[in-house]
Design a protein around this ligand. Structure first.
Ligand SMILES: Cc1cc2nc3c(=O)[nH]c(=O)nc-3n(C[C@H](O)[C@H](O)[C@H](O)COP(=O)(O)OP(=O)(O)OC[C@H]3O[C@@H](n4cnc5c(N)ncnc54)[C@H](O)[C@@H]3O)c2cc1C
Length: 398
């Protein structure tokens, strides 16, 4: 049965779902608040284990491989640049790694013939009734849809409108992250450097485009007051926390001042006891944000596949489909959220002693006899169990 379906958010989850729903013959609209696709940005995302089977099923694996970063090991260094430990590429970069922006572009290109994309608009009101959901937008005309899916990230508007205020569901993990792209003036070639001081982490890496580098700052902090739309205020916040840090911090802070594509956010998780309410459902970070190391991208794409598959299998019964989608996604999401609560502590240990202990562990794990075991374990961490089969149309050539 063909349905009219609104998806809020054209990040990773939204276009993945639009692809599957469009292929199933639904009338899909994707509304994205940004005036254009957010395919800039610096962060790299990786896939491992049976996540690759899903990419293949979706028909995007070849495109992703063609644009993979090819990132090698990353070295943890001291203030003078001496190597203290190695983070093997399997840890951060999985089996295939791609810049988030490149992935967003691939997913958009793959789904744009299956859905209508509306950029520069957002949902402002949702009103459900027996026959549909009346939706109002900031700019476009109001419309009624059969179903509405919130795939609009950690600060989801659909979640706020249908479930309640963000503070009820957001658990801050006590860290903030900033990432951006800059010219590669560091001589890096498919490699990266990491530097720590207690509660702080700095990284610089260069992958596919060796003319560019990805710079990351992560720091421990109590909840900070800042305007999420004020880039300069966010840069000032980062600069304050790294003002007394050595190594390349002054150079990296200067690069941040010149950058226009900063990603800045708290490390937070979203915990909801249900992901749907009537005709409205949540997907990706909007439903279950886990934070770094929590399979955010892999699970956004897996969730899209399962949600579309269950809608097809339930043949029009969205309540049944939503409940089966949630049953299937809860176990991997719970596991990832548990794992990711330690990401901040791992990346930016609180004391000199804890930094030393982590580095010693990784000196040991990256040593020759253990590195292949480590690689196998890291690949397994992305496994989701058997990928269910659904009556979904095969991937189209684009
Ligand atoms: C530009 C960008 C850079 C990122 N960089 C990092 C990073 O460095 N490290 C990291 O750990 N994670 C990062 N993330 C988050 C990461 O992409 C997600 O955790 C993961 O991919 C899950 O994808 P998602 O589609 O659920 O959410 P997201 O990728 O966050 O996508 C959500 C989309 O919804 C849009 N949106 C938000 N509110 C509304 C609204 N009211 N109406 C319509 N659209 C809306 C956003 O603009 C975005 O395009 C980044 C996200 C973005 C958008």
């Amino acid at each position: 049965m063909s349905r009219s379906i609104l998806i809020s958010g054209a990040g990773i989850a939204g276009p993945s779902l639009a692809y599957w729903l469009g292929r199933l013959g639904h009338d899909v609209t994707v509304v994205e608040q940004s005036p254009c696709l957010r395919d800039g940005g610096a962060a790299a995302v990786d896939f491992r284990g049976d996540q690759l089977v899903l990419l293949e099923r979706m028909g995007v694996l070849a495109d992703i491989r063609a644009q993979q970063t090819g990132m090698g090991d990353q070295l943890v260094v001291d203030a003078s640049g001496r190597t203290l430990a190695t983070f093997p590429s399997a840890l951060f970069s999985g089996e295939v790694e791609i810049d988030r922006g490149d992935l967003a572009r691939i997913l958009y290109e793959h789904s744009r013939h299956e859905a209508e994309y509306v950029f520069g608009d957002r949902v402002t009101a949702i009103d459900q009734h027996d026959d549909g959901v009346d939706v109002r937008f900031a700019h476009g005309p109001a419309r009624t849809y059969d179903l509405v899916i919130g795939a609009d990230g950690l600060h989801s508007a659909v979640r706020r409108l249908a479930f309640g205020d963000e503070h009820r569901f957001r658990r801050d993990l006590g860290y903030y992250i900033a990432a951006f792209g800059a010219p590669n003036t560091f001589g890096l070639n498919h490699s990266g450097l990491i530097y720590n001081e207690p509660g702080r982490y700095l990284s610089v890496a260069s992958g596919r485009d060796t003319g560019r580098a990805t710079i990351g700052f992560l720091f421990a902090a109590d909840p900070q007051e800042y305007d999420r739309h004020d880039l300069d205020a966010q840069k000032r916040l980062v600069a304050t926390h790294f003002a007394d840090v050595g190594w390349k911090a002054p150079e990296l802070l200067a690069a941040m001042r010149d950058s226009g594509d900063l990603f800045f956010d708290s490390l937070s998780q979203i915990r909801l006891d249900r992901w749907s309410d009537g005709r409205v459902a949540l997907l990706g970070d909007a439903a279950w944000c886990a934070g770094p190391g929590g399979n955010g991208t892999g699970h956004a794409m897996l969730g899209a596949y399962i949600l579309a598959g269950e809608l097809a299998a339930a043949d029009g019964d969205h309540r049944l489909a939503y409940s089966r989608y949630e049953q299937r996604m809860r176990p991997p999401v719970d596991k990832s959220q548990k794992f990711a609560t330690g990401a901040g502590r791992f990346l930016a240990p609180a004391t000199h002693w804890q930094i030393r202990r982590r580095n010693l562990t990784y000196r040991f794990l990256s040593s020759r006899p253990l590195s292949s075991v480590f690689t196998r374990l890291a690949a397994k961490s992305g496994n989701t169990g058997q990928l269910p089969h659904y009556p979904l149309p095969a991937a189209a050539a684009h």
